[in-house]
Ligand binder design. Structure first.
Ligand SMILES: Cc1cc2nc3c(=O)[nH]c(=O)nc-3n(C[C@H](O)[C@H](O)[C@H](O)COP(=O)(O)O)c2cc1C
Length: 206
């Protein structure tokens, strides 16, 4: 059981550009260099029939301290098997509700990609809203289950970014996992999603 749990959800990983590059960046060059802190669970490979092993998923989640959701954005949201995973695994009395404290205190990190480029996620662009406007259901899921919502890592324009930019993105992903929880500023991100501004960041009152 690993303290970093990457839940990957791509319905056609063989055709993926981004998700595949990110997962490849986690592959060890040799078994001896495998990162024992990290477990990747590829939902579409594990459950091609959508029959999710809820107990196994809950065991992996319970052991984790950082949960990562890695997926392409499909219809402004997550692919369907990840949604089903939430419906079934984050159960009442386990993840929320009376006695539902299994996820409390963990970190949740969304790593996603969009076909739309950054400019399209703008009031004047064809997606009409900033990308963050599509995230409240994710953030509230984190909050309801007592997880701390970390700033997402998003790659826009997934089909148009250069190979070099994709490689930088994949290495950023790998490095962030390696560095977690020692991310700059992370200590200031509170469980309720607010940021504590350090007292010394303000001028002293006259
Ligand atoms: C069914 C489907 C729905 C999609 N919906 C969106 C969307 O709502 N917004 C968007 O920007 N891109 C959308 N896309 C594009 C994907 O986000 C994009 O292909 C993906 O992030 C690329 O990552 P990948 O190379 O790992 O597949 C959609 C793609 C598919 C297949």
């Amino acid at each position: 059981m690993a303290e970093i749990l990457v839940i990957a959800a791509h319905p056609t990983l063989e055709h993926s550009r981004v998700c595949r590059a990110l997962l490849a960046a986690l592959q060890p060059s040799a078994p001896s260099t495998a990162d024992p802190r990290t477990e990747v669970r590829d939902l579409y490979a594990l459950y091609p029939d959508y029959f999710i092993d809820i107990a196994a998923e809950q065991r992996a989640l319970a052991a984790a301290r950082l949960v990562v959701w890695l997926h392409p954005v499909h219809w402004y949201s997550m692919p369907p098997l990840l949604k089903l995973w939430l419906d079934e695994v984050l159960a009442f009395g386990w993840a929320y509700g009376p006695g539902g404290t299994a996820l409390r205190g963990k970190d949740l990190w969304l790593v996603a990609s969009t076909g739309g480029d950054e400019a399209s996620y703008h009031p004047g662009g064809h997606n009409r809203h900033s990308f963050s406007a599509f995230l409240p259901p994710y953030e509230q899921t984190a909050r309801l289950t007592g997880m701390r919502w970390l700033p997402p890592l998003v790659l826009h324009g997934a089909h148009r970014v250069s190979e070099a930019a994709l490689d930088v993105h994949a290495q950023t992903f790998r490095q962030r996992l390696h560095d977690w929880p020692r991310w700059p500023g992370l200590a200031m991100v509170r469980a309720d999603g607010r940021f504590d501004v350090p007292a010394d960041a303000r001028p002293a009152p006259d």
